[in-house]
Design a protein around this ligand. Sequence first.
Ligand code: F6R
Length: 607
Amino acid sequence: MCGIVGFTGEISAKDVLLHGLKALEYRGYDSAGIAVETENGIKNIKTVGKVSNLVDKVNEYGDSLKATTGIGHTRWATHGGVTAENAHPHRAGKVTLVHNGIIENYQELAAQFKEKGLEPVSETDTEIAAMVINDCYTDNPIEAVKAAVKRLKGAYAFCIIFDDYPENIYAIRNGSPLVATNTDEGSFIASDMVAIVKYSKDYFVLPEHHIATITKDSISIMDLKFREVEPDMMHVSWDATAAKKGGYEYFMLKEIHEQPEALTNTIVPRIVGGLPDFSVDGVDDSIFEGINNITITACGTAMHAGLIGKTIIEKYVRIPVNVEIASEYRYKNPIVDEHTLVILVSQSGETADTLEALRLSKARNAKTLSIVNVKGSSIARESDYVLYTHAGPEIAVASTKAYMVQMSVMYLIMLRLALLKKTVDEAEVRRLTAELIHVPDYVKTILDSDKAIQKISNKIINANSLFYIGRGLDYVLSCEGSLKLKEITYIHSEAYAAGELKHGTISLITDNVPVIAVATQKDVLAKTVSNIVEVRSRGAFVIMITTEDVDVNTSLCDHILVLPKVDQDFAPFGAAVMLQYIAYYTSYAKGLNVDQPRNLAKSVTVE
Ligand code: F6R
């Protein structure tokens, strides 16, 4: 949610910033801007629209933009409409800055400035933050930043340039992410490593409430008592090509195809002697001791991975699992205590509601375990234990490979718990573990089912509304299929537990309304089939997803997508690919920007 980048060094700042913003565009894409220090002072260039618009505008300046220090921003609007004035960087007096986050008390602060006769140019909370920092500034940037943040409430990551220190960038964060690195070419800072991995794979996460002074030769960090702090260096295991489309038209398609590899990287290191084992993560079994219930909390797709976890953990471990939407959990006085294991699921590790859910759980003495993709992210750092998913960078706004690996970690947790609590005998745990190890190959076999799905997408492209139905694992998978479709095709869709439809919603089923029926669960197949018959007899156009070993009368549906034979508990991995393809090809057939759906941004760092 908004991407920021800063650079000071020996090479062209505008090139570094534009490259970084292009890579960060998944975080927001309604407007963009850069400010660079030129011989004639700071030049602030902003446009509405994608980073490509900004590139065109910057190119108009030609050589006059020779600069080696600058900051940039790609925006997902929160306060103030999508206009060039509201785009970042913002300027106040001697301060120019970019911001990711929300300043909650900006109206109160704006009123104070108004009394002094000072009016902002834009409608943004960010410009008010710039005014506060400028107000606190006499000649020492670090003191100004320290004094200013005392007056600001909310979440922020700032990169700031002061006119009097044109070769330096100052940064601070609270809640929103910032990573930084220093190389022979200079010093880089950004919301995410994708912006700077081209220059370095080593980096550190700027600790919260610490001020970074970034010069071309070094980056120093101080806490708010002005004590120097050594950064904890980290390393990314992927390189710049992982954050490029690599011949695919859209990142989403590339990421769907990366799923077998992501699954292998996530599952295999956690299998020792044919059994699940988290020693490699430093997660010892004590985390599962004394636990009599589990709460899984997350948002969106990550929450849907949690629903898969609930279904399989309750089935095999016989322990109650509660799945909570993080934005609800954090305000509802949840029933968790020291006997609860709270599992937080997040690709980015920065989702504001999930982070707050984590903090609340810790305050209630629950044990916390996060499943996170981005190393060193806030949720990973603050939880008691972390199980990283190894999906590599996920750039498309619609999550695919992250969901897949989150599901696989749910299976690993289920298996480890089943082993420890002896709810399943070891031979069966071994059999199920072997099934899990086979999942990456299984998913690979489904990747080339896309031709059949393209045909189906053409049938639903003109629908106003459609329904996903299923039972058990098929139902929770339907929730994800439906979210994916509406997110990137703008077609309204709903997921229903197949047996629930007749309690009201079936009145919406009329001629040619598409119903996607997920029917991989053999033990409830007959029931799902009756629900398919019910909707078909009301005119629905039924697309069924099932497995080849399921005995089903094909005349019951208009289209059938058949997954290779698999243990029904592992069918979600195959069905998920089909559901992702349905969303992808429908969006593609509608001519939409699959990777950057309207109104969205990937990492939701605001409430
Ligand atoms: C949908 C999607 C979102 C995210 C949600 C949580 O395709 O990607 O629903 O799953 O915003 O994000 P993370 O996993 O980063 O916490």
